[in-house]
Design a protein around this ligand. Structure first.
Ligand code: NAP
Length: 549
């Protein structure tokens, strides 16, 4: 970070802005609103040219929500909840982006953002208790508080494949889909079969002349059963919104699902089958929470459910060899985040669609004409799409050169795994907060982000009201939080140790320390902890008084 050679943008160390919020997705828009409404002078910085965050960048064909829109939205604005008419159960990316543009205007925060500007780094200055924030415009902006709303899944994972410079076709990252890419009539390869690849594949299958889906690990996938939202359905939802948000607030993944109160361990073979069929017919993530309460904790029940998913693949995919390749075998249902599908398996019944098992025959290199596999096969391709996921949770923050009180960067501090307090604040990094930081829960993002935003706004307000120059978590609290996070997956099917390659443990990024990055104690429990900390006056933080001469 070359602070010395930069110019300042209005705010100086002597007269800093109150707060900078980085990111204009669901959480960033709301964070700016929350701080502005409390009377703070706030600047939002966003690398994209508009609001939307994930919904600004992820424009690949087929991108849509995997959560139903009626609860994947802001919960606090009654008028917005009533006036915004989602067209589908799982709306497509342009509609979610339009919603966020509308919300940003409605909250009147768009004018508080600078768009098309990236934060490169930030350094804490102990003498002035400010953050010097380095922008890619060569400017430095000084701020008292710095809030990351950069997203949990925003820093792309870009695997290095030798020979890329020789490839004569086009290489595209799904998460940064260029507007001028058209798959029509092309020979397309998609690397990656996570939620992104699963959404892209059926759309690409209809456009491409030939589609090769390069799969390393098959996923368990649930049909989402998308359908239009009718006026009748909307009015039912509107009437029930109080109960819906109440359910969201008490659910471990912040979703309005209702447990049946049944344990698979007590069920007969027949009733297991019947209830799994109902969950399958209903579609979506509810399967995990509205079938059996021990689905994610009892290995025997989970094994029956996993086999149920395998059977469903065989029922849809005509060619047994293809069906077998698409079948997950060596890890339990739920250990990776369950993606929803829209005719994914049906796509493999088309003659132009081929699954390529790159676990047994890995990609060796790019060639001028396409990709060469280990067995010598050369796939001739016009376009290679990387749907290879993200450097999740810690990735976005640690890719920015943020240096705290001691001068150590956050990336250095997290070299052996993230260390945070509540996934929100970091010892040695005063006046710095994260929404969706590592060691926070993985849950329905908009309502969880609201709770985190409220907490941060209360912390900033607390510092102002008490005349504090700096507030940072106590080191012991941070260490205790780490121990709690690491212990939380015991007794569940969630990834433990080497069991599952997933972004949840950072296993998808070469060289990244494999540790659980997510607080699995549940969103409801987590929000209670946030409230307790704020309600009791942030006793878990170390504070510095403003020194007045
Ligand atoms: P992902 O789940 O991490 O999947 C990435 C895929 O790329 C995996 O199949 C992975 O294989 C493969 N891959 C990674 N590195 C590779 C390499 N070097 N060579 C070959 N294959 C490689 O990423 P994602 O699909 O983008 O989804 C990430 C998360 O984003 C999801 O779990 C979800 O939370 C969120 N998301 C949500 C939506 C939605 O709600 N609408 C849509 C997209 C994404 P392995 O499995 O073998 O590692």
């Amino acid at each position: 970070m070359t602070i010395e050679n930069s110019t300042t943008a209005g705010a100086t160390a002597a007269s800093p802005i109150d707060a900078i919020v980085v990111g204009a997705g669901f959480s960033g828009i709301n964070m700016v609103r929350l701080l502005r409404d409390r009377g703070f002078d706030v600047l939002g910085i966003e690398a994209g040219d508009g609001v939307g965050g994930t919904w600004y960048w992820n424009r690949y064909p087929g991108a849509r929500t995997d959560s139903e829109a009626f609860y994947y939205c802001y919960s606090f604005d009654q008028e917005l909840l009533k006036s915004w008419k989602w067209s589908e159960r799982y709306p497509a990316q342009p509609e979610v982006r339009a919603y966020l543009e509308h919300a940003a205007d409605r909250f009147d925060v768009r004018r508080l953002f600078r768009f098309g500007v990236r934060v490169l780094g930030s350094r804490w200055d102990e003498s002035t208790s400010t953050w010097a924030v380095q922008l890619d415009t060569s400017e430095i902006v000084y701020t008292r508080f710095l809030v990351s709303a950069m997203g949990i899944l925003s820093a792309p994972n870009a695997p290095e494949i030798p020979g890329v410079e020789t490839f004569e076709g086009r290489r595209v990252f799904a998460q940064q889909w260029p507007d001028d890419v058209d798959l029509t009539g092309k020979r397309v390869g998609i690397i990656g079969t996570g939620a992104t690849g699963i959404q892209l594949t059926p759309v690409a299958a209809k456009l491409a002349a030939e589609l090769f889906v390069l799969q390393r690990t098959p996923h368990y996938i649930i049909p989402n059963r998308n359908r239009p939202m009718t006026d009748e359905w909307r009015s039912q939802i509107h009437e029930q919104y109080d109960q819906i948000w109440e359910k969201v607030r008490s659910h471990p993944f912040a979703m309005p699902f209702t447990s049946r109160g049944l344990m698979g361990a007590d069920a007969t073979e027949e009733s297991l089958e019947t209830i799994f069929e109902e969950g399958w017919a209903n579609g979506g993530l509810a399967f995990l929470f509205e079938t059996f309460d021990d689905l994610l904790t009892n290995p025997e029940v989970n094994a029956v459910a996993s086999e149920f998913f395998r059977k469903k693949i065989r029922e849809v995919v005509h060619d047994p060899e293809t069906a077998e390749k698409l079948t997950p075998r060596d890890y339990p249902l739920g250990a990776k985040r369950l993606p929803g599908e829209h005719s994914y398996y049906e796509a493999f019944n088309r003659p132009n669609v081929h699954v390529v098992d790159i676990r047994s025959t890995p990609i060796v290199e790019f060639t001028p004409k396409g990709l060469r596999l280990q067995d010598g096969t050369e796939l001739e391709l016009d376009i290679v799409v990387f749907a290879t996921g993200f450097d999740a949770f810690s990735g976005a923050v640690s890719r920015v050169d943020i240096r705290g009180r001691s001068g150590v960067s956050i990336a250095e501090k997290w070299a052996d795994g993230p260390a945070t307090y509540l996934g929100i604040a970091v010892h040695d990094f005063p006046n710095f907060f994260m929404i969706g930081g590592p060691q926070s829960p993985f849950a329905n993002n908009p309502p969880l982000g609201e709770a985190e935003g409220e907490y941060i706004a209360r912390a900033v307000e607390f510092a102002r009201d008490k005349g504090l120059s700096a507030i940072e978590p106590d080191l012991q609290r941070e260490q205790e939080w780490d121990q709690l996070v690491q212990s939380m997956t015991e007794g569940t099917v969630f990834p433990q140790g080497e069991a599952v390659n997933s972004w949840i443990v950072g296993a998808n990024i070469p060289g990244k320390k494999r540790v659980v990055q997510v607080y699995f104690g549940g969103a409801a429990d987590y929000v209670n902890r946030l409230n307790e900390s704020a309600d009791t006056g942030f006793p878990d933080y170390v504070v510095s008084e403003i020194v007045r001469n």
